[in-house]
Design a protein around this ligand. Structure first.
Ligand SMILES: [Zn+2]
Ligand SMILES: [Zn+2]
Ligand SMILES: [Zn+2]
Length: 480
């Protein structure tokens, strides 16, 4: 304590710029809605303005914690602030403190690393932001050093990643309430990831007890991000600890997550502003140059409709007329082709009526899919049928318990009505291949062909250990 520096003192309160976004549906059993406040410390904004823009990804790492992700009840929020009309977001200034001033609103600190406890702070003031703030933020976050990618570069990266892959299958990792899939080769090694999700601490009970080694396969396999909701990319976060003295957090990224190509929609495409947390990842990826001139962040041009690959198709989702575009329904769906004109579909969080390839005349037969949005409600009439009734698997990437009540029974019923076999990543079972028999709910979807023996830990549709393994060559030779 004393003169000048207050470095070792805890802050009593701190002003933040916050991007408030509103739940579309009630969550929790008792129909409560929440507001998420993705926040940057006001003093942090002034620090960032002093830094060279091109290197923000590097310098942000060295600053004291400036970010804070909060969640409060929408009812509490709207008692203090007028909600915007015709938009589901709002920028505002909030004064955050460890204590209530009497009229404060309690808010949960949202964390995406391994934390399960949910610290609480108080929001004691809500104020409008000035135009100057929004201008500054837009200046800092403008995509300046990452040009939109080109379809030929994206196709080149994705085709190269699958080169020589035999016996392709689709793995769906058990990440609890989030999404992470991968296109696997004959050794069950991910060649291309589709989302790298992990749940927030408010869904922390849905996480598997042992964090899966999703990125431990020794390949820099590219990542397709279906859309930018955090439950689809938060596995890239190594740490996000809440610093009580600073009333803020600093995300620490997994190096192995950043050192690869990320193919994703432009997060600004739907007009929704990019909040401080996503922006800090974008800065980190923008700073990551994989080869001279090849950046880790490959954002697709806004006018793209699809990219054909040697092994499938990347399709840009688009909501039908009358449905408001948002992050979920404008993401990237992925078609994966298999032998004998079979194919599988990975939907991200987009409803079936936003995937044009489903209504087009199809030459291939749909034999498996990862269903939209963790089993949320879908347009039942647009649920496709499996080509082979006995073997069509619909996988739900969902963790239990979760605050959204996913999966929804009426969605599941619509899959059953179309005669899909429905499987859930939350159905964990002790793994006979993991050294300690740990339970996990990883699922591998196979095309209808005979699998090679000996190369993967476990076979079949329902359960597979996707932990990296050493190949047992003797076994393979025996079977040849
Ligand atoms: Zn989403
Ligand atoms: Zn999601
Ligand atoms: Zn296992």
């Amino acid at each position: 304590m004393g003169t000048g520096s207050n470095e070792n003192e805890s802050r009593k309160e701190r002003w933040f710029f916050a991007l408030a976004t509103f739940d579309e549906e009630p969550v929790d059993g008792d129909n409560r809605q929440y507001v998420t406040l993705d926040s940057l410390a006001e003093d942090g904004l002034y620090l960032l303005r002093e830094l060279p823009l091109r290197y923000l990804g590097r310098y942000v790492d060295e600053l004291p914690p400036q970010l804070l992700l909060l969640r409060c009840l929408r009812a509490d929020f709207s008692r203090h602030t007028k909600e915007p009309e015709g938009a589901n977001f709002l920028w505002l200034r909030v004064l955050v403190s460890a204590q209530s001033d009497g009229d404060g609103v309690p808010a949960e600190v949202v964390q995406y690393a391994d934390e399960v406890e949910v610290p609480t702070v108080w929001i004691n003031r809500f104020e409008p932001v000035g135009r100057g703030f929004v201008d500054h933020w837009e200046f800092l976050t403008e995509i300046r050093y990452t040009q939109p990618s080109t379809p030929s570069l994206v196709a080149g990266v994705l085709d190269h990643a699958m080169r020589d892959a035999d016996f392709v299958s689709v793995g769906v990792f058990d990440v609890g309430q989030g999404s992470c899939s991968a296109i696997l080769d004959e050794a069950c090694s991910p060649r291309v990831y589709y989302d790298l999700g992990w749940p927030a601490n408010f869904n922390g009970k849905s996480r598997p007890a042992h964090k899966p080694g999703i990125l431990d396969f020794g390949r820099a396999a590219p990542v397709i991000i279906s859309h930018w909701d955090m439950d689809h990319w938060a596995f890239a976060i190594e740490g996000m600890k809440y610093d009580r003295a600073e009333l803020a957090m600093r995300p620490v990224w997994k190096d192995e997550a950043l050192h690869r190509v990320w193919i994703a929609p432009n997060p600004r495409k739907t007009g929704h502003p990019v909040g401080p947390f996503l922006q800090s990842l974008l800065w980190a990826l923008e700073y990551e140059e994989l080869m001279p001139g090849i950046n880790a962040l490959q954002l697709l041009p806004d006018d793209l409709t699809y990219i054909d690959l040697t092994w499938g198709r990347l399709e840009v989702c688009e909501p039908p007329a009358g449905v408001e575009p948002n992050r979920n329904n404008t993401g990237l769906a992925l078609w994966v082709y298999g032998p004998e004109n079979q194919m599988m579909l990975l939907t991200g969080d987009a409803d079936f009526n936003c995937i044009a390839g489903l209504s087009a005349k199809r030459r291939r037969r749909l034999v498996g899919m990862v269903v939209p949005h963790h089993g949320a409600r879908v347009t039942a009439t647009d649920v496709p049928k499996p080509a082979f009734h006995e073997d069509g698997y619909a996988v739900v990437s969902v963790g239990g318990p979760n605050v959204y009540g996913h999966p929804k029974q009426d969605a599941i019923n619509s899959y059953l009505a179309k005669r899909w076999n429905v499987r859930y990543t939350k159905r964990r079972r002790p793994c006979q291949y993991c050294e300690d028999g740990r339970p996990h709910g990883n699922i591998r979807m196979l095309f209808d062909e005979n699998p090679p023996f000996g190369t993967c830990n476990g076979f079949g549709y329902d359960s597979i250990c996707l932990h990296p393994v050493s190949l047992e060559f003797e076994e393979i030779e025996e079977l040849e």
